[in-house]
Every structure is written in structure tokens, then in C-alpha cells.
Design a protein around this ligand. Structure first.
Ligand SMILES: [Zn+2]
Length: 285
């Protein structure tokens, strides 16, 4: 908490140094910033199945289009936490569980590997080609042994995401419910996941700085909550800069970075499915 205050003071001090007088556009930017915060949109499958976890590829593309038309740009969650983004309207595309429909390779007619144009990564990169101003940031909360269901491409996919400027988050090795898990179980799931990432992508695993709670839930125990951002397992210690929750009281727009309500260790997000996008949009307008 002390560190957070120090960082906030530092951020404010640097603002004063670089922007001694407020311009009209700054006033306007401030208004947007305070009104909107960051919209963290949570997806699971970009697929045709029934049920709330699926958004069809066509709907996903349409959703990107509508968010873009509202003036949003994609942002990295890490940059939001570190206050490195502009005051523009920001959207974070969040994907949980490293499902195959998020990042899939298929063969083209010549037998060459291509990114499936209907998977999330394919759609984001294609949308970016047509709308470079939208950016192509996204965060994938990976369960390391699931690895988008194509284990032969695990290393390549993780490295490719990082090369694209996308983020990898830690969703734990086991999909534990934090309301039931003991602190040592939480250490194990995130620590074991980190050690698997280290095995796959070496020192690049150090770029994994944010964790997401399976089922979006907040731990019940105060003791667990306090220790969530420091994971110790198998003789190693890992620190995380952010924790992402979902659903219930955490199904909302993430407050603006410098507001009192912003808590990097309890990042809320908006769940998106095939049928609720209009209500999600209402929260963004
Ligand atoms: Zn999950």
C-alpha cells in the first residue's frame, strides 16, 4: 500500500513537472479518464458453442468494431497498472483458460501453418491491419499445461504473443477456487505455473506479472488476500503487480488509475458473451 502511494505521488509530481498549465484538451482528457477508467473485457472461447463462455468469431469481430467506433484503443493491463497509458478511452481484451479458439494454428491449402483467421489472435491481428489506431494489445491468462490445446506449438505461441506486444498472465497450474483454497495451495498453483513458464520460455517468463483468479472469485480469508501478490514455491519467490477478478461485484468498468477506487490487486472486468454486449456497451458509452 505504501508503495502504491509513493508511486501515485511520483506520477502526480511528474505530471506537474511536464504539464504546469492545463489546456482545454487536457481538461477534456481528464473528463474521459475519470468517466471511463479502463474497460477490461473478459472472454473465454471465440467459438460457436452454446452457453455464456462462447462468443462467435463474427460477433467478436463486430464487438471490436463497435468498441473502436466508440473511440476506444486497446491497452496493456501492465501499462494501466504502471500508469503508462494516455488518457484516451482504453479497452483491455482479456482471455482466460488458454482455450484453443483463442490462438490456433491450422494448415492452409499448401500445408503451411497459418493462424486460424477465426481464432481470437487471428481476428485481433486482422482488425489491427485495417485499424492500426486500435492497437493489438490483449492479455491471455494461460493455464500452462493447457497451452491453447496445441502442445506442439506451446513455446512458439507464448513467444509469438510477447513479440506482438500482447501479454501473458498466470491463471495458475490448477484451476482452484480461491474461496476454498488454502494459502499454500495458491502458492503452489501460481508457483508451479511460473516454473512451467520458465521451462518453456526461459527468462521471458519474468514478463508474466499479473495473475487471474479462476472463476473470478476473491479469496475469503484476509490472510490469503494479503499474500496474493507474493507467491513462494519450490525455493523461489515471485511478485505480481496485478490480480484480476471477475463476476459479481467485480463485473464492472475498472476505475480510473489515479482514483481512490483503483486497486491493482483487485482488478474488475466486464464479462462478455454473445447476448450481453449491448449492456456492456452501455457501461462504456
Ligand atoms: Zn478460468
Amino acid at each position: 500500500m505504501k508503495l502504491y502511494h509513493k508511486l501515485t505521488t511520483l506520477a502526480l509530481a511528474s505530471l506537474l513537472v511536464f504539464f504546469p498549465a492545463k489546456s482545454v484538451s487536457q481538461e477534456k482528457a481528464k473528463e474521459i479518464k475519470q468517466k471511463h477508467g479502463a474497460a477490461i473485457l473478459m472472454y473465454h472461447s471465440i467459438d460457436y458453442g452454446a452457453g455464456g463462455m462462447n462468443v462467435s468469431p463474427e460477433n467478436f469481430r463486430k464487438q471490436l468494431d463497435e468498441i473502436h467506433k466508440l473511440g476506444y484503443k486497446t491497452a496493456r493491463l501492465e501499462d494501466i497498472i504502471k500508469s503508462k497509458v494516455s488518457d484516451e478511452k482504453k479497452v483491455v481484451l482479456r482471455f482466460d483458460d488458454s482455450r484453443e479458439s483463442q490462438f490456433k494454428y491450422i494448415k492452409d491449402k499448401n500445408g503451411k501453418n497459418i493462424i486460424d483467421p477465426k481464432c481470437a489472435v487471428g481476428i485481433i491481428l486482422d482488425f489491427y491491419k485495417q485499424h492500426p489506431d486500435f492497437g493489438k494489445s490483449a492479455i491471455f491468462f494461460v493455464i500452462p499445461h493447457v497451452e491453447f490445446k496445441q502442445p506442439e506449438y506451446s513455446i512458439h505461441k507464448l513467444e509469438f504473443l510477447l513479440q506482438q506486444g500482447m501479454e501473458i498472465g498466470n491463471h495458475g497450474y490448477y484451476h482452484y477456487d480461491w474461496t476454498k483454497a488454502k494459502p499454500e495451495e495458491i502458492d503452489k498453483t501460481y508457483g508451479k505455473a511460473m516454473q512451467r513458464f520458465e521451462k518453456l520460455i526461459g527468462k521471458d517468463a519474468g514478463r508474466i506479472q499479473i495473475i487471474a483468479a479462476p472463476f473470478g472469485v476473491v479469496p475469503r480469508s484476509e490472510e490469503t488476500k494479503k499474500e496474493m501478490n507474493i507467491i513462494q514455491w519450490n525455493g523461489k519467490k515471485y511478485r505480481f503487480i496485478g490480480i484480476a477478478y471477475a463476476y459479481g461485484s467485480n463485473n464492472k468498468v475498472c476505475p480510473e488509475r489515479n482514483s481512490k477506487e483503483f486497486n491493482q490487486y483487485a482488478l474488475p472486468c466486464l464479462e462478455v458473451n454473445n447476448t450481453n454486449f449491448d449492456s456492456v456497451l452501455k457501461k462504456l458509452e
